[in-house]
Design a protein around this ligand. Structure first.
Ligand SMILES: [Zn+2]
Length: 511
């Protein structure tokens, strides 16, 4: 079984005095966590145990019962009548931190040992090992999880939480704003999280579903549908097309208005540049133009989420079970003004972000898997006959290859299409070709992959066409480089959120 997990964040509505209670509750929780962290440091053997056994051992050390009236380090010294589940949540948090600390200490010791061994081997004057050892946390600021029995009566718009108010334990009813928990998920323990001066409820949820077959297996079925995505820096941010393994093209979608996004971003960057030139010096360790930068970040983040959500929505509408992307090429540095250079850089970053978001969203949308293919020449080859295409703009002469132009024409088979749609179809075909050519099968070993790709570039292209593509060295190099990144990354799965409703907010153009 496969798992999809994410966290639902809900804003809360409560009387103003509750904020102080929540803060007091968190302070107490962190004191208990710190207490258990020290406990574990004093009994290092505990970390060798599994979490459950360690928890029992720690309770024996600290919690007095009828059978165990005099624990060694009683928790009651710290605070009386702490609820059992509160204590357990703190123990688990402390165990997590202690494990993290001990493993980083272990790697530090290993590095130190290695350094010393090297020094003795080399002889001569010894260089001291300068790296400082990791230190245990000095302050604690963990959010409080509410295990079962610390909360009750969770309805659509409210929940009752057991909270230490600073003087007593009491049940507080808080109202939940924002979206409900989606159906079909198992709920984990909610957490009270402070964001600025407001408190939010974070609820992890989890869904299990049947694990999808690997892409190689899926591609042996002729009816498997794949959604290939061509990500662009301008105009349409993403062009998706759905096709079956046997080559039937089912649908295309042009997503996002890249020109508007890039125009907005460039304007903001231009303002930053002007502000900077007027100020002259920029203070060290201080973010200049903080508001403008925040705005740029938010625009990028928001658009990446909307576009990726829309890609996944489109893929699942058409029942595609595989998403195909290109490997990201290296960033082509651009000349020009500050705003122009930074704008391209950010557009490029956003491309990577859209891929990452689409990957986890697709997985959460019921196990759609993601693959990546070599980007070499995907936009230069005809999706019908694989010959080199002519790429031109509307109203311009139909000849040559203009990068970024909207239209393409294949001189061999007279295919006319939108250039990005053609590219997305080629991307999908790349993945299919991978399984269909016996020589190209084994995609895992690095050397074999390199060999495969070099053949790949020649497949279906006449010598003539190859020569035509000669001058496109940057593109070819980009392809080769991306190739080195390796296929396994293409299947990397991320989780955390699902297909949100916001996708519909994005203006979409259907062909
Ligand atoms: Zn053609």
């Amino acid at each position: 079984m496969a798992k999809a997990t994410k966290t639902i964040r809900q804003a809360l509505h409560y009387p103003p005095q509750y904020a102080a209670y929540f803060a007091a509750n968190q302070v107490l929780f962190n004191r208990v966590v710190a207490f258990y962290f020290d406990c574990i440091q004093a009994h290092e053997g505990l970390l060798a145990l599994k979490n459950k056994e360690a928890l029992t051992a720690l309770e024996k050390l600290t919690h007095g019962t009828g059978a165990n009236p005099h624990p060694i380090m009683p928790l009651t010294d710290l605070a009386p009548d702490i609820p059992a589940m509160f204590r357990r949540a703190a123990i688990n948090a402390a165990l997590g931190s202690a494990r993290a600390f001990s493993s980083s200490l272990k790697t530090w010791r290993a590095r130190k040992q290695k350094h010393e061994a090297k020094q003795t081997r080399l002889g001569g004057k010894k260089k001291p090992f300068k790296e400082r050892p990791p230190v245990p946390p000095r302050s604690w600021n963990k959010s409080v999880p509410f295990y079962a029995s610390l909360w009750r009566e969770r309805h659509m718009h409210c929940i009752v939480l057991k909270v230490w108010t600073g003087s007593c334990w009491s049940w507080l009813k808080v109202h939940i704003l924002s979206r409900d928990l989606p159906d079909g998920y198992a709920m984990g323990s909610p957490q009270l999280v402070r964001k600025g001066d407001r408190w939010w409820l974070h609820t992890p949820i989890e869904k299990t579903f049947e694990a999808p077959a690997k892409s190689g297996e899926q591609l042996t079925t002729a009816q498997t549908r794949l959604c290939a995505v061509d990500l662009n820096l301008d105009k349409h941010l993403a062009v998706c097309s759905v096709q079956t393994v046997d080559g039937t093209i089912l649908a295309t979608s042009f997503i996002g208005n890249g020109a508007a996004v890039s125009g907005c971003r460039k304007q903001l960057l231009g303002r930053i540049a002007r502000n900077r030139s007027q100020t002259g010096l920029i203070a060290e360790n201080e973010q200049d133009n903080a508001d403008l930068w925040a705005k740029i970040r938010h625009v990028d983040e928001q658009i990446a989420h909307l576009v990726s959500a829309r890609i996944v929505q489109f893929a699942s509408e058409h029942k595609a079970s595989i998403l195909v992307f290109e490997h990201l090429g290296t960033l082509q540095p651009e000349k020009g003004t500050y705003s122009r250079r930074s704008n391209t850089k950010r557009a490029y970053w956003m491309k990577g972000r859209m891929f990452r978001y689409a990957t986890y969203k697709a997985w959460n949308a019921g196990g759609i898997i993601t693959c990546r293919v070599n980007p070499r020449n995907t936009s230069r080859e005809c999706h019908r006959c694989h010959a080199a295409v002519i790429r031109y703009n509307q109203g311009h002469p139909v000849e040559g290859y203009t990068p970024g132009a909207a239209l393409c024409l294949c001189p061999q088979c007279q295919m006319r299409d939108h250039a990005d749609r053609n590219a997305s179809l080629r991307i999908g075909q790349r993945l299919i070709e991978r399984t269909q050519e016996p020589l190209k099968e084994k995609p895992h070993a690095r050397s074999q992959r390199a060999k495969r790709e070099s053949k790949d570039s020649g497949v279906g292209i006449s010598q003539d066409a190859k020569r035509q593509m000669g001058p496109s060295l940057p593109a070819a190099r980009r392809g080769d480089h991306a190739n080195g990144d390796g296929t396994p990354q293409g299947r990397r799965r991320r989780m955390g959120a699902s297909l949100p409703d916001i996708a519909s907010q994005l203006r979409v153009h259907f062909e």
